[in-house]
Design a binder for this molecule. Structure first.
Ligand SMILES: [Zn+2]
Ligand SMILES: [Zn+2]
Ligand SMILES: [Zn+2]
Length: 420
């Protein structure tokens, strides 16, 4: 007969998995150092997934870590001196160009007003409605035939490379401003960044970037005085406007919508930026479960009950893989992210503390105090999730309780959960 676990046993399992909703199950061999006895038992390890739709508890920890990583790079802490808040710092938003007119919710609430015109497919090319923010039509093309789905997917696929090359170009201009060869820039100044990718409703990635200029003496020393916030802002403006990379099917460049703001004059908005960036670090492509994982078959995309333009982008990414010239972009493997490859959150090495350091510190803190515990031996993979489905529900409930109790007692992290 199968043993039905008591609530107490379930909570013990959840604790072992660090509160995770869908832990990884391992079969572990444990060796008792004192007696030499070998025991086999299941072991639960947290999934550590950053996406809230997949694991509320692990994503909460990730969001807290993201908040710390971003904010310490802006105001110091965790080994970063507070003096870095006097360095030139910018908050930058870079977007994709337009690949066709889409339904939108502009700041005045309008969509695409204007006189009645038709495209060559006979579709109306204006929209006088005021879409509700929850309207799934926002981001969808006014005409599916006019919209360049393939170009949109290819832009996503190349956007990380476009950023890397743009960043290099900004550094080249800084070297020119200092009058030193590019190869010697790192002896004079460092440009550090943290970047988070977020998907717009039209399924295109855009980037929020925190940029900070440092010197090269002590870690986090100030940059040379010639390198000012204004200089950095003007370099970014011109680079983002002029710079592009060549993809297999044409040029990839930034959209006209760009925002550059001085993080120091944002009225103590440092923490708001940190909260904002941390929040996007835990989202899947559209925030739903539909696009949280890779697809294994085209039919999985066809079965989705998602907004049709997002489904179309995923299908386009899947189908573009048939073109041998696009092989290196692996659009099929990234169809769930509409072609976007790479990490959602990336940073330069010297921006601030590392995610891994925060995880190590937490693991150290949670380590069992008993030194005579059995030593872990070899492990094998046994599956995903708890063996009792009630544990998932209890884990999510416990997570909710802990979030609510933290909300009432702490001021630090609650900003990061706003709007969730
Ligand atoms: Zn988890
Ligand atoms: Zn509309
Ligand atoms: Zn059309």
């Amino acid at each position: 007969m199968i043993h039905r676990k008591s609530t107490h046993e379930l909570v013990k399992d959840i604790n072992e998995a660090g509160g995770c909703s869908h832990p990884i199950r391992l079969r572990g061999e444990f060796v008792n150092v004192a007696t030499g006895e070998v025991n086999e038992r299941p072991l639960l390890v947290a999934c550590k997934d950053r996406r809230a739709v997949l694991c509320p508890s692990c994503s909460y920890l990730y969001k807290a870590d993201a908040w710390i990583v971003v904010s310490t790079g802006l105001i110091g802490g965790k080994g970063v001196p507070a003096s870095i808040s006097d360095h030139p710092r910018l908050f930058l938003t870079l977007t994709a160009p337009s690949f066709g007119t889409v339904h939108a919710r502009k700041s005045d609430g309008s969509c695409q007003p204007g006189r009645l015109r038709f495209c060559k497919h006979g579709r109306v090319q204006s929209c006088s409605r005021h879409h509700d923010d929850a309207d799934s039509e926002i981001g969808s093309p006014l005409c599916d035939f006019c919209y360049c789905f393939a170009d949109a997917v290819l832009w996503n696929a190349e956007s990380s490379r476009l950023w890397n090359r743009t960043f290099e170009q900004i550094r080249r201009r800084l070297a020119i401003a200092l009058g030193v060869p590019f190869e010697e820039l790192s002896q004079h100044a460092r440009l550090n960044y943290l970047k988070v990718a977020e998907f717009q409703r039209r399924g295109l990635a855009h980037f929020h970037v925190v940029l900070r200029l440092d010197g090269t003496g002590e870690p986090f020393s100030p940059p040379p005085p010639e390198l000012t916030t204004e200089l950095l802002a003007s370099i970014i403006h011109s680079v983002a406007k002029e710079f592009s990379v060549t993809g297999p099917r044409g040029t990839i460049s930034w959209g006209r919508q760009m925002q550059v703001s001085d993080a120091s004059t944002l009225d103590r908005d440092d923490l708001r930026i940190a909260a904002y960036v941390a929040k996007y670090a835990t989202k899947s492509a559209d925030g739903s479960l539909d696009f949280a994982r890779r697809f294994n078959a085209r039919s999985e995309i066809l079965k989705l009950n998602a907004p049709s333009h997002l489904q179309q982008l995923a299908l386009t990414a899947w189908d573009l893989a048939q073109d041998p010239s696009l092989e290196s972009l692996n659009t099929r493997g990234h169809a769930h992210a509409f072609g976007f490859r790479g990490q959602l959150i990336t940073k330069s090495r010297h921006y601030s503390t590392r995610f891994q350091d925060l995880r190590d510190a937490r693991a150290e803190h949670m380590k069992s105090p008993h030194s005579d515990d059995p030593v872990e031996g070899s492990f094998s993979y046994d599956g995903r999730g708890y063996d009792d489905p009630r544990a998932t529900a209890i884990a999510e409930f416990l997570h909710q309780l802990s979030v609510e109790s933290r909300k009432s007692t702490s001021i630090g992290i609650t900003g990061a959960t706003d709007g969730e």
